[in-house]
Design a protein around this ligand. Structure first.
Ligand code: SAH
Ligand code: SF4
Length: 343
């Protein structure tokens, strides 16, 4: 079956004309797709013959919200989405003064196995299509009744392990024919798949890039992030510098502060020397609780000491505010293992 929600206007035009339909039908079909219809029968202004053809040859990817959890501490909402084939992913809607931001998933689970991350612990099932990424945004917009202005690819999955679909998604979602969310309002987070980081830099998109570092040297990083054995830290930093050079954009490094693991003064100094001279920002995240991970957040005092060392070395760093902690909606807390009764 054809995934028409992943197609752009020219692909849809080719698809329809190749199958004997008029060119102008593509715009009509595309505008219905943007209205988040779930059935071809809802596409009222297209002829029955075209509707029948689409029903027999294509499908509309959906991400149906099957459970909603609303934080009592802030305005964060966590969605459990069910995809067409019955797989589940999670997404998180955050409200800020400047608008709504959604964190979407790019894979069902993740292969990377970071020891501090619930997604990594839940195994991997498959990658998402571009249409399934779009569908998560459409469903959230329908639920909250407002336009979403920012998107972060920081939910379940490693975006650069699903590179082609993610790039397709970026181009689609930012196009005028689709949701028209500008690249500047989108951020991708990667655990450091070096070849894809280089490819991504070469595209020179205006989309933001975050790199999950979480340790200042190979020994410590390999302990918590198995991907580091494949792509060691020096290569990740080199690829990050290349991205900045190519795009003239500031890059962000994510660093989860884990008590006694990566939060010493020496670690902060090592991190500072690694990043020296780079146009970057360090996002420090007191590590979030993940069942079975056995990590604890660094104390407030340690967090502050870490920031101070980085700042003294001229590295821009802040401690990120935790949102949705009462509904397990914070970084690293999303997972795919749902008991049927859970939904
Ligand atoms: N796979 C991508 C994007 C999804 S994870 C990546 O790893 O970058 C989104 C962010 O949450 C990453 O920076 C990740 O390292 C971080 N994260 C995962 N588990 C966490 C935890 N328990 N506490 C804080 N941050 C965590
Ligand atoms: Fe995958 Fe990112 Fe979690 Fe690591 S932190 S297991 S790369 S989702």
């Amino acid at each position: 079956m054809t995934d028409i929600k992943s197609m752009n206007l020219s692909e849809l035009t080719a698809y329809l004309t190749d199958n004997g339909f008029e060119k102008f039908r593509a715009k009509q079909v595309l505008s219905w797709i943007q209205h988040d219809v779930s059935s071809f029968d809802d596409m009222k202004n297209i002829p029955a013959r075209l509707r029948e053809f689409l029903k027999s040859d294509a499908y509309l990817a959906t991400a149906e919200i099957v459970r909603t959890r609303r934080s009592k501490l802030d305005e964060t909402v966590k969605y459990l989405y069910c995809l067409n084939d019955g797989e589940y992913v999670e997404g998180v809607l955050m409200s800020y003064r400047h608008g709504r931001s959604i964190c979407i998933s790019t894979q069902v689970g993740c292969k990377m196995g970071c020891t501090f991350c619930a997604t990594g612990k839940s195994g991997f099932s498959r990658s998402l299509t571009a249409s399934e990424m779009i569908a998560q945004i459409c469903s959230a917009e329908s639920d909250c009744g407002e336009r979403i202005s920012n998107v972060v690819l920081m939910g379940m999955g490693e975006p650069f392990d699903n590179y082609d679909n993610v790039i397709r998604f970026l181009r689609l979602v930012s196009s005028e024919d689709s949701l028209n969310i500008g690249m500047r309002h989108i951020t991708i987070s990667t655990c450091g798949i070096v070849p894809r980081m280089l490819e991504f830099a070469d595209l020179q998109l205006q989309c933001g890039l975050s790199v999950s570092l979480h340790a200042p040297n190979d020994e410590a990083r390999s302990r918590t992030m198995p991907v580091n054995r494949r792509y060691p830290i020096a290569q990740v930093i080199e690829a990050s510098r290349y991205y900045v050079e190519k795009t003239n954009r500031r890059i962000t490094f994510e660093y989860a502060l884990i008590d006694g693991e990566n939060d010493s003064d020496a670690a902060a100094r090592e991190l500072a020397s690694l990043l020296k001279g780079m146009l970057c920002h360090v996002n420090l995240i007191p590590v979030n609780n993940v069942t079975g991970a056995g990590y604890r957040k660094s104390s407030i005092k340690r967090q502050q000491a870490f920031v101070n060392i980085l700042s003294a070395q001229g590295i821009n760093a802040t401690v990120r505010r935790t949102l949705g902690s009462d509904i397990e909606a914070s970084c690293g807390q999303l997972k795919r293992n749902y008991m049927k009764g859970d939904v």
